[in-house]
Design a protein. Structure first.
Length: 402
């Protein structure tokens, strides 16, 4: 009986030892895996600095300066004076971003800036020569009867002239705090950062336009009964002299527009690897969306004036006489100045590829940002206008700290 009890005690001791050993092994494995994870987290850079640029295409929301004489220009012969005012539709922007993620934390804090500018000038000068024949009939009754009929060629000029200069600047700043919630649907290998913060946007633009035109050329006739001096008074008869008359138009405009706004923003940026390994190098697909609501003010300051001068040229027998009649059928000018508080919705997004090293990243892709009703695109009256920036981008990022 005692032997049986002794055997049972041995079996219980063996089971207890096995259970204790397995627990110790599991605990050691857990501690080892925790040390590896902690080491992996400690190797992650806490600060990322990103620098990049974008080839931006821009929309054209501004009203053209179109004084009344623009409609008199024959666009089948001359270039359009309104189309000649088209601003540059592309620019090169630069951007920078700094991101900080504390050790042993999923929170991410970032500050970013994007700024761009464009400018240009465009000069157009076009003219045409028109040769016509004006019949000049001179009948003179004097001691001798003289009748002379000839055709005198007349050379006239029509022209248009345009000089336009544009400048544009834009600046966007973001301050955000977010958290990496992971990509569970992709096996947890990617990142998914949801952020909230503040966005500030500033747009300024200016233009100077100078237009000139001589689009019309009219011929009329003056009839005289005698030739003017220095011909003797007995040279009498029927004289038909041509008179050429035309209007010379000139117009100038200078205008500046601006918008400044600030408001809350939200964004979601995600990344998923599809080649390589995180320890050495990997290729990832990146995408994201952003939205903001900006509260700000848009302003317009402008001055424009238009003048018309009538000129005439009187042709007489064997000599010519030129007269300039300084008459101004109209002189229009304006100094519009407006300021208005606006609420501007902003949406955007990007998609691209990144080649990632443990402490560096190179990214390329396509990005777009649209601000609805951000600017006053009118001249004499307000015209709500959208601003958009979109195009391919490239950036390089460096990680600092362990």
């Amino acid at each position: 009986m005692s032997e049986l009890i002794q055997k049972n005690d041995n079996r219980a001791t063996i089971r207890w030892k096995l259970l204790t050993g397995a627990s110790a092994l599991a605990l050691a494995g857990h501690i080892a895996s925790g040390d590896v994870a902690a080491a992996a987290d400690s190797d992650r850079p806490q600060v990322w600095i990103e620098l990049g640029g974008q080839f931006e295409q821009m929309n054209d929301p501004w009203e053209r300066f179109a004084p009344p004489f623009v409609s008199h220009v024959d666009t089948s012969i001359f270039p359009s004076l309104t189309a000649a005012q088209r601003p540059p539709l592309s620019s090169i922007s630069a951007d920078g971003k700094i991101t900080f993620q504390p050790e042993d934390s999923d929170w991410i804090f970032s500050a970013a800036i994007r700024f761009g500018r464009s400018g240009g000038k465009r000069n157009i000068h076009a003219q045409t020569y028109h040769v016509s024949s004006v019949e000049q009939i001179i009948s003179i009754t004097a001691p001798i009867h003289i009748y002379n009929e000839s055709k005198q060629p007349v050379r006239s000029t029509r022209l248009v002239d345009s000089d336009t200069r544009h400048n544009e600047h834009h600046r966007i700043l973001d301050f955000q705090a977010g958290k990496d919630v992971g990509l569970g649907l992709l096996g947890g290998n990617g990142s998914s950062v949801v952020s909230a913060g503040v966005r500030y946007a500033q747009f300024t633009s200016s233009a100077k336009v100078a237009l000139g035109a001589n689009p019309e050329f009219d011929v009329s006739y003056k009839y005289e009964t005698r030739l003017p001096s220095p011909f003797p008074s007995f040279f009498r008869g029927h004289f038909k002299f041509p008179i050429w008359a035309w209007h010379v138009y000139a117009a100038n405009e200078s205008i500046s527009r601006s918008f400044r706004g600030i408001g809350p923003s939200l964004s979601w940026e995600a990344s998923a690897p599809f080649a390589g390994s995180k320890e050495s190098a990997e290729l990832t697909v990146d995408w994201g969306i952003n939205a903001a609501l900006l509260f700000g003010r848009q302003r317009v300051r402008s001055h424009h004036d238009t003048q018309s001068t009538l000129r005439s040229h009187n042709w007489s027998y064997q000599f010519s006489e030129f007269k300039t009649i300084t008459s101004i059928p109209y002189h229009r000018y304006g100094n519009p100045a407006r300021s208005k508080s606006v609420t501007v919705p902003n949406v955007g997004g990007f998609a691209g590829l990144s080649f990632r090293y443990p402490n560096a990243k190179i990214s390329v892709g396509y990005r777009a940002d649209f601000f609805f009703g951000a600017e006053d695109g009118g001249i004499d009256t307000r015209k709500s206008a959208n601003r958009g920036f979109y195009g391919p981008y490239a950036s390089i990022s460096i990680g600092l700290g362990d």
